[in-house]
Design a protein around this ligand. Structure first.
Ligand SMILES: [Zn+2]
Length: 409
């Protein structure tokens, strides 16, 4: 990256399946075409809640209404009035009080917490976001992921942490909520470039998601990763590579790694040829540290450490399942690495209005990109692919846990 101009150009809200997400794909496509290369768009459908509106009010002992957003793909109601309960923890005592009530609970919509609330017989729920130290809070648009929908749908709303605090202080007897929404589908896209290598049936693929969440211009998360993939394309298209290279700009990561999941599904017939996925998610932050999380054999971390020492590049390696697009590849049997430059606490904030260009530097971005390039070159050009293709049992178990196939009761 020579300067921040292209990052600036991609700095706008790019919600999955929106016309802005498509516009971002077109900006990237245009850059690819400037290199004299062709990109293919691979569309896929995603479920998307449309026209979600919601209200919430205390009805007794006194009336008071609050500003809320409705949780999409969850239940709808023209008006549900029920007793209120603050389920501060999902322990036995809290759960025993929830039956027939509208429950405020701490934390996000996780599978295990939602399951417990449903089983406890709650009829509606309230989540909240933000920090008590913030003066202005953007109430998040949340939606119920498919795995959670399977547990049963009850209507839910999200409010700011300030309102949640007020609600608990007032400790109302009864509350009322309404949620209206239409369940619809939208089209999102993956953008793909292929550089055929001498060994055609061994593929190394680079990926980075280019969608963002609501209220976020998604600069650090993840216009930076998308631009890194462009830089890799520019670099590796200079001469014919030994192994075939795929460059993927993936849509709809923020709603559950859907673009990557769709890609792996659509390319199932050739997925055995994929020897490594190098995924980029959040780079270039000035105050932070570089990490590489490997979903594959531990030997891959040693390989990265070796190259890092050779090149005098500080990076922390680990094995595990990373919450990004490397995971669907690993689940498809492809060893995968997510490279990221994690921000220090307070160094940059994602998934909010605060994810802007100010905390990113060209120098920081280029240092990481050049290291990954050097590492990838060794993998791409080696006589025998140095990446072990096996997936350790521990990784398979972690994938099962992460993808909610094996839920602890
Ligand atoms: Zn991301």
């Amino acid at each position: 990256m020579e300067n921040l101009a292209l990052l600036e150009k991609l700095s706008f809200e790019r919600i999955a399946g929106s016309k802005e997400e498509y516009r971002a794909a077109m900006i990237i496509k245009e850059e690819i075409e400037k290199m004299g290369l062709n990109a293919t768009l691979e569309p896929f459908e995603i479920e998307f809640p449309e026209e979600v509106t919601a209200t919430f009010e205390i009805t007794a002992p006194q009336n008071q209404s609050f500003e809320v957003t409705g949780v999409g793909m969850a239940g709808v109601t023209k008006g549900l009035e029920a007793p209120f309960y603050y389920g501060q923890d999902l322990d036995e005592i809290s759960l025993s009080q929830m039956k027939g009530k509208i429950v405020l609970f701490n934390g996000a919509l996780r599978y295990d917490s939602y399951k417990k609330i449903i089983q406890a017989g709650a009829v509606g729920f309230i989540t909240f976001n933000g920090s008590v130290y913030d003066t202005e809070i953007e109430v998040e648009d949340r939606y119920l992921r498919p795995k959670l929908q399977e547990l049963g749908k009850i209507p839910g709303v999200t409010m700011s942490i300030h309102d949640a605090q007020t609600l608990v202080r007032l400790n109302p007897t009864t509350v009322r909520l309404t949620v209206n929404a239409k369940e619809s589908t939208r089209t999102s896209h993956n953008l793909v470039v292929t550089l055929p290598g001498d060994i055609e049936d061994e593929i190394i693929c680079f990926s980075g998601h280019y969608d963002s969440v609501r209220h976020s211009k998604g600069v650090y998360d993840n216009a930076t990763g998308a631009l890194a993939v462009l830089d890799f394309l520019k670099y590796f298209s200079q001469k014919k590579p030994k192994r075939t290279l795929k460059f993927l700009w993936l849509g709809t990561e923020e709603r559950g790694l859907i673009g990557a999941t769709q890609y792996v599904k659509a390319h199932q017939e050739t997925i055995d040829q994929y020897k490594l996925n190098i995924n980029l998610d959040m780079l270039g932050v000035v105050l932070g540290k570089d990490i590489a999380c490997v979903t594959g054999e531990e030997a891959i971390t040693h390989y990265i450490d070796f190259v890092a020492k050779e090149l005098n590049f500080a990076i922390k390696t680990s094995t595990g399942v990373y919450p990004s697009d490397s995971t669907p590849f690993a689940d498809g049997g492809v060893p995968a690495i997510t490279f990221a430059r994690g921000a220090v606490v307070g160094g940059a904030q994602i998934h909010s209005k605060k994810d802007v260009i100010d905390f990113i530097s060209v120098e920081s971005f280029n240092q990481t990109v050049e290291f990954i390039q050097a590492f990838a070159s060794r993998v791409i050009e080696a006589e025998v692919c140095p990446i072990p293709s096996t997936m350790p049992k521990k990784m398979l178990e972690e994938l099962d846990d992460y993808l909610l196939r094996k839920i602890a009761e």
